[in-house]
Design a binder for this molecule. Structure first.
Ligand SMILES: [Zn+2]
Length: 466
């Protein structure tokens, strides 16, 4: 049985969960994004960020969870240098359901993964170990992150295998991005621990997993380790194990704390928060269109193939671009251009940030393709230029020589060259006309994709008598 505990930072929020320090701690020098509240100074009082409640509730709704009638906050007591108050303010369903959501579900390839609960809590600070060695004498602490809003999502142990875990995390990460509450591509914005057990064995929690890729490996490792213990009739201890990123194994770190070890108490400085039906209704209405509804709209309204609609709708960056660029008549071609060409060119976070491409560029480029001024294969080169320079499509087409070659005599010259160079292919094409595409491809290579493909094909057919 495999279950997950996923921590997602609400990176799109303005301020921390209980004070006005910035939620975007990443842009600050160490220990400069702090105040007496998030440093846990005596006498300070937390004030709950309403926006955080709103955004976390949207996550709960999107994961089909029940929302409680009142929210409660609790102190989870433990001593660790990254925790300035010596307790973390979090949520617990101690007196009935009072955390931000419970009993939800997400469908992964037709299987329902149940969500046990979602809670809103504060992130601790960060410990930075100086130097590469694990045995470094110096550990630094940066409290900029302390108190930033975090949502913990706990699933039931419903996963059958590590692959399902990976797909679930991708679905979840797309969903959070689509809700515009988090940017999962930021380092540390989404972290997951796994609970792994096999029949007859105790539950083992694996922590400290740096990436989703490693999470899959860590679960694989645990399943193998536990099965081998079982075969040798050795008891599988209930414990917390850490993922050793270098050796790609899990190592025992400490016996697992039970809930009672944390001495949870109600956070007396934050009163119960009564959830108002009207607010919940407004939040629900304000939720962005879901990925599945977008996909359905793309397919039914614009006849975009399901596979293309799937890729497009699940990525917020590209679906936003599509929404702004398309109209009734060019939607299909814009979707095509984004999924077949653009996604390959702008495939990292950095490239997205640096790209100078606007929705207008896309619709202009599609008009140029439709009016025959540029070929479909030159469009990719044009996109490359636009991303770099942000120049207008017409300027790029005229200055970089990407305009389509439609002049028959010009194309004919190149075709003659190809016929001379590709004697075998020519013979083959005469016998089997379908292989003519190879020759057309050669012309495209020579013209860097600028030759009009229909004219090229027609001239070839005429010359080869097929
Ligand atoms: Zn603060």
């Amino acid at each position: 049985m495999i279950g997950l505990e996923i921590h997602c930072q609400l990176t799109k929020l303005e301020s921390k969960l209980f004070c006005t320090c910035k939620a975007n701690y990443r842009s600050f020098e160490p220990n400069t994004n702090i105040c007496p509240v998030c440093m846990g100074m005596p006498g300070t009082l937390p004030r709950l960020n309403k926006k955080a409640v709103e955004k976390a509730t949207m996550i709960a709704m999107a994961l089909n969870c029940k929302t409680p009638q009142k929210l409660g906050f609790f102190r989870k007591n433990y001593f660790y240098p990254d925790l300035p108050k010596n307790y973390q303010i979090t949520q617990l369903n101690l007196y009935g359901p009072t955390s931000i959501g419970e009993q939800g579900k997400v469908s992964v390839e037709g299987k329902d993964i149940r969500i046990r609960r979602i809670q809103l809590e504060e992130d601790p600070g960060r410990l930075i170990y100086e130097g590469a060695s694990e045995k470094t004498a110096i550990t630094l602490v940066d409290y900029n992150r302390a108190g930033t809003p975090l949502v913990e999502i706990v699933t039931e142990p419903d996963f059958d295998n590590p692959r399902q875990v990976r797909i679930f995390l991708n679905v979840l990460s797309d969903l959070l991005e689509n809700l515009d509450v988090a940017d999962p591509s930021l380092e540390g914005a989404m972290r997951a621990d796994a609970n792994v057990s096999i029949e007859g064995g105790n539950r083992v929690e694996v922590k400290n997993i740096g990436s989703f890729h490693d999470l899959e490996k860590a679960i694989h490792f645990e399943l193998t380790r536990q099965s081998s213990l079982k075969e040798r009739a050795i008891e599988i201890a209930q414990e917390t194990r850490h993922w050793d990123d270098k050796r790609k194994i899990t190592i025992s770190s400490r016996s697992k704390e039970e809930d009672q070890d944390y001495r949870y108490i109600l956070e007396g400085d934050i009163p119960w928060v009564l959830m108002n039906e009207k607010s919940l209704e407004i939040w629900r209405k304000n939720m962005p269109e879901s990925i599945s509804s977008k996909k359905e709209r793309y397919v039914t309204k614009y006849s975009i193939p399901a596979q293309v609609a799937d890729v497009l709708s699940s990525d917020k960056f590209y679906s936003d671009l599509f929404e702004q660029a398309h109209n009734e008549s060019n939607a299909k071609e814009i979707a095509n251009l984004i999924t077949t060409d653009l996604m390959g060119l702008v495939d990292t976070r950095e490239k997205r940030e640096q790209s100078k491409l606007t929705p207008q560029h896309l619709s202009d480029l599609v008009s140029m393709i439709n009016s025959g001024k540029v070929t479909r294969s030159s469009a990719k080169n044009a996109l490359q230029e636009i991303i770099k320079s942000g120049k207008s499509v017409s300027e790029i087409i005229s200055t970089t020589g990407l305009a389509k070659i439609s002049d028959e005599s010009e194309i004919e010259k190149i075709i003659e060259q190809v016929i001379n160079e590709e004697k075998t292919a020519v013979t083959q094409a005469k016998e089997n006309p379908q292989t003519i595409n190879y020759l057309v491809g050669k012309v495209m290579q020579k013209t860097k994709g600028k030759a009009d493909p229909t004219i090229t094909l027609n001239i070839f057919k005429k010359k080869l008598g097929i």
